[in-house]
Design a protein. Structure first.
Lengths: 336, 386
């Protein structure tokens, strides 16, 4: 059993197990209905007064980690994050947009990248790389330093074909689209997204390592399991150390997002740090997964390429490694 | 969440260090440690006795054995504050952190009564006699012999890489006591006094130009018949027990030391202006990121309750910190540029040069990183032995 991200409460462990159980039944069209509609997981971090579960980002992180491990193409990260943001923000925005997300009837997309302006409550401009943008009904849109919420049906949404086919993107053109301010700072929403992407990367990286180690134990060449060769064992040990450190870092970031642990760095530094580090580790493990599987790892049929593509996409979205290094250097007071 | 008792304890440690690191000990701040173990040895031995007199040695040992029975978190706090204050590198740590816990696990009542008080008082220093020229990573290849006759163990052979041997009063030695035995059978764990005619110590000059390690030659050196820990022939199990306790709270003091070293490199980069170089700036940020990752990882892995984990956490942490530390050493000299190519009179190294050179040892000692990888691969990942 892959190691969970950290010391968790019995409730979080139960949540993790129920999500695993659901995902073990395999994908399917009804997965979102079961996940969001029946289990109510999209509204985990929404206050009970607004119909949610009244849990927090730590619980959303548990689900995100498991979805990352199974690499399931559901718009959970965007939707759960949007629901959490709406739940802690402006009441009018929540009253209008939250019910569909809470019930699981609708999904949300994150339009945090692009150039969108707001004049008299109307949005104009273009957002690209809108995460989970293809089928979403609700759009969370960065407008300068703020975040607004709008209906996708009021905008021009063009679905993109993506390198990582397990996570949809769209580009969205806004022409006088009515929108409501959420009252939350765009930086904070972006940082929460970075924390969740870090956690998701850890789930993916743990899976890649576990699957690779399992394969090395059964694949035989030269009359012995190839996992007995020191050249391969040492690479796996390095990966195990990286994965463990990524898990610890992501867990610290989740704690910082909840303001729970005064011993961790502040979220504005730790969110980009965790996202940068965990995505880097995920990419490395996924690349090694391909290499250590040999020819089969290079085929379309094998799952390795899906993790590899997810890892690279995660690494490039919401701050490339170079951008995030500059951000971290500045915010930590090291450089610039 | 920090426990209120822990915060009180932190204040107590800080207060004590603040008052103790004055007068004759004020000059010891930042002294000693890897690459500079030769510094201020007499003064640091006096400091060890001061630590002992005020009850700061063996704080995690049971009260019945002379310790303070403090919780793990409080031991971590002590090591953190010790490092934060820049208190001098210990000379008694081998006795406190390796031999003491071994005697607590395997020693007789007589062993404990004889040896623990000297460790706790800081009056008896220890060194470790494991490695030999032909037994490095392969410890079971030990060839040093010990024979019991005339009421004493007679020890013959050679140990190497023995830290602080020239200052130690005692050495715990793994020796072959059954001449017909092979590998890890037939070894015994002996407590050998260092001040005797049959022992010769030769310092090893390292690539730093300094000597913190020694060769120790045993030529019919004597140990008392009863100074064998565990049964004769059972030394391998005892020695492995010592290695297991090496995974310790001292890692957290080490983290604090890393922070101080990083801060010094950053300060140099600013003072010399090399931080304006985008490549240096990027490497500084990467080093800082690595330091945070190390901190979170050590806390998460080594903070887990014993018995709930695969037992390879310390291996994982070592595999991460040692290469990080080497990269910091490389960065430290690159920050200085061509000036780092010139040393002081008598091969006197700057802090940056010492960090650059000494960190090459980090991936070798305490189990080379290749050995760490084997352990992680086999014990944690379950990959088959080759």
């Amino acid at each position: 059993m892959p190691q969970a991200i950290g010391a968790e409460t019995p409730e979080q462990t139960a949540l993790r197990e129920s999500v695993r159980e659901l995902l073990a039944r395999g994908p399917g069209d009804s997965l979102w209905f079961r996940l969001a509609g029946q289990m109510g997981l999209a509204a985990l971090a929404v206050p009970e007064s607004a119909g949610g579960a009244g849990a927090g980002l730590a619980e959303v992180a548990v689900v995100v980690e498991e979805l990352g491990r199974a690499l399931v193409p559901v718009p959970y990260l965007s939707t759960a994050l949007a629901a959490a943001v709406l739940g802690e923000g402006d009441e009018r925005a929540a009253a209008t947009f939250l019910p569909a997300l809470v019930s699981g009837a609708g999904t949300a997309a994150l339009a945090l990248h692009g150039d969108v302006r707001c004049t008299a409550g109307r949005l104009d401009g273009v957002a690209d790389h809108v995460l989970d943008g293809g089928g979403a009904g609700t759009l969370l849109v960065r407008v300068g330093t703020e975040v607004h919420v709008a209906r996708a049906t009021d905008a021009d949404v063009t679905r993109s074909e993506t390198l990582d086919q397990t996570r949809g993107q769209a580009s969205v053109r806004f022409r006088q689209v009515p929108a409501v301010r959420t009252g939350l700072a765009a930086d904070r929403v972006e940082q929460l997204a970075q924390v969740l992407l870090a956690v998701e990367s850890v789930g993916g990286a743990e899976h890649c390592l576990a699957a690779t180690v399992a394969y090395l134990k059964i694949r035989e060449q030269f009359g012995r399991p190839i996992g007995s060769f020191q050249a391969l064992k040492h690479r796996c040990a390095d990966l195990a150390a990286e994965v463990a450190s990524a898990g610890a870092t992501a867990r610290a970031a989740v704690a910082a997002a909840g303001g729970a642990d005064p011993a961790t760095a502040e979220l504005p530094v730790l969110a980009p740090l965790a996202k940068r580090y965990c995505a880097e580790v995920f990419l490395h493990v996924a690349a090694e997964m391909i290499q250590l599987h040999g020819g089969i790892g290079f085929t379309w049929e094998h799952e390795a390429h899906r993790y590899f593509k997810r890892a690279k996409s995660t690494q490039l979205l919401y701050g490339t490694p170079a951008e995030l290094r500059r951000v971290i250097g500045t915010r930590a007071g090291l450089t610039g | 969440m920090p426990h209120p008792d822990d915060e009180r304890f932190r204040a107590e440690v800080r207060g004590w260090l603040g008052s103790a690191l004055t007068g004759e000990f004020a000059g010891l701040i930042g002294k000693g440690g890897p690459g500079r173990e030769h510094e201020f040895v007499e003064e640091r031995m006096a400091w060890e006795r001061r630590l002992g007199a005020d009850g700061w040695i063996g704080i995690g040992w049971p009260e019945s054995d002379g310790g303070r029975g403090l919780r793990w978190q409080q031991q971590v706090i002590f090591h953190e504050e010790y490092a934060r204050a820049g208190a001098p590198a210990r000379v008694g740590h081998i006795g406190e952190q390796l031999l003491g816990p071994t005697l607590l696990m395997f020693g007789t009542a007589r062993h404990k009564a004889r040896f623990l008080p000297g460790i706790l008082a800081g009056t008896e220093l220890w060194c470790q006699g494991y490695s030999e020229p032909g037994a490095g990573s392969d410890l079971a290849a030990v060839r040093t012999r010990a024979d019991l006759h005339d009421g004493a163990w007679h020890v013959n052979g050679q140990k190497v890489w023995t830290s602080l041997a020239q200052f130690a009063d005692w050495c715990f030695v793994v020796a072959r006591t059954d001449p017909s035995s092979q590998r890890h059978r037939g070894l015994s764990y002996l407590l050998v006094p260092m001040h005797q005619a049959g022992i010769e110590i030769r310092p090893i000059m390292q690539l730093t130009g300094t000597s913190e390690f020694n060769e120790v030659f045993f030529d019919d050196a004597r140990a008392a018949a009863e100074d064998v820990v565990g049964e004769p022939g059972d030394g391998w199990r005892v020695a492995m027990g010592t290695l297991a306790v090496e995974r310790g709270v001292s890692t957290f003091g080490q983290q604090m030391g890393f922070e101080r070293e990083f801060d010094a490199v950053l300060e140099q980069a600013r003072a010399l202006g090399s931080i304006a170089d985008p490549d240096i700036a990027a490497r500084i940020t990467d080093a800082w990121i690595g330091l945070q990752v190390l901190r979170y990882t050590a806390r998460a892995l080594l903070g887990a309750p014993a018995g709930t984990t695969p037992g390879t956490e310390a291996n994982v942490v070592k595999l991460l910190w040692a290469p990080w530390h080497q990269r910091l050493g490389e960065l430290a000299v690159d920050v200085a540029g061509p000036d780092a190519t010139v040393v002081g009179p008598g091969y006197d190294l700057s802090d940056a040069q010492r960090l650059f050179l000494f960190t090459r040892a980090d991936t070798i000692y305490g189990g080379s990183n290749e050995i760490q990888r084997n352990l992680i691969a086999e014990r944690q990942l379950g990959l088959p032995k080759g």
